[in-house]
Ligand binder design. Structure first.
Ligand code: ZN
Length: 149
């Protein structure tokens, strides 16, 4: 289990431009603003979407593409460090024209139609608490466990 108290830093609120890649834009913003740790939320719409599903048995991501407009019902994610850089891990819930919900692990290839976001920064202390490392049990890059279960 990883537990750590963190203090809040800045709150960054804004809108991404039409045509931008949703995940790449959020990641670039974190790099430009030097957000090392935090949470991100967003709503809006996309012209197309690409999401991942982690196949736990085969330890690999499978990707789904939705090549038409969807509403962003909810984007929820965290910002931490991987390879010494800010890394955005976000999941997205989308609604089609017919009202059907789809979603998953947000990956590059999701194009913004309109997107309003809020990033809450947490104060980063230069320790490795939230530095992603390879986790043998899952095959994912996760925060290191402090206490073995
Ligand atoms: Zn994920």
């Amino acid at each position: 289990m990883v537990v750590k108290m963190v203090d809040r830093g800045r709150i960054i609120m804004g809108r991404l431009p039409k045509g931008a890649d949703l995940l790449a834009s959020l990641t670039r913003l974190c790099l430009e603003e030097n957000v090392q740790l935090g949470v991100v939320r967003a709503i809006g719409a996309v012209t197309r979407a690409r999401v991942g599903f982690y196949d736990q048995q085969h330890r690999t991501y499978r990707y789904l593409e939705f090549n038409r407009p969807h509403e962003i019902i909810s984007l929820e994610g965290n910002i931490s460090r991987k390879d010494g850089q800010p890394f955005v891990h976000a999941h997205i819930a989308l609604m089609s024209e017919e009202g059907q919900m789809v979603g998953g692990h947000l990956v590059e290839g999701t194009e913004v139609f309109a997107c309003e976001f809020v990033i809450t920064e947490f104060i980063y202390e230069a320790d490795n608490t939230f530095e992603r490392i390879f986790d043998e049990e899952t095959g994912l890059f996760l925060w290191p466990p402090r206490v073995k279960p």
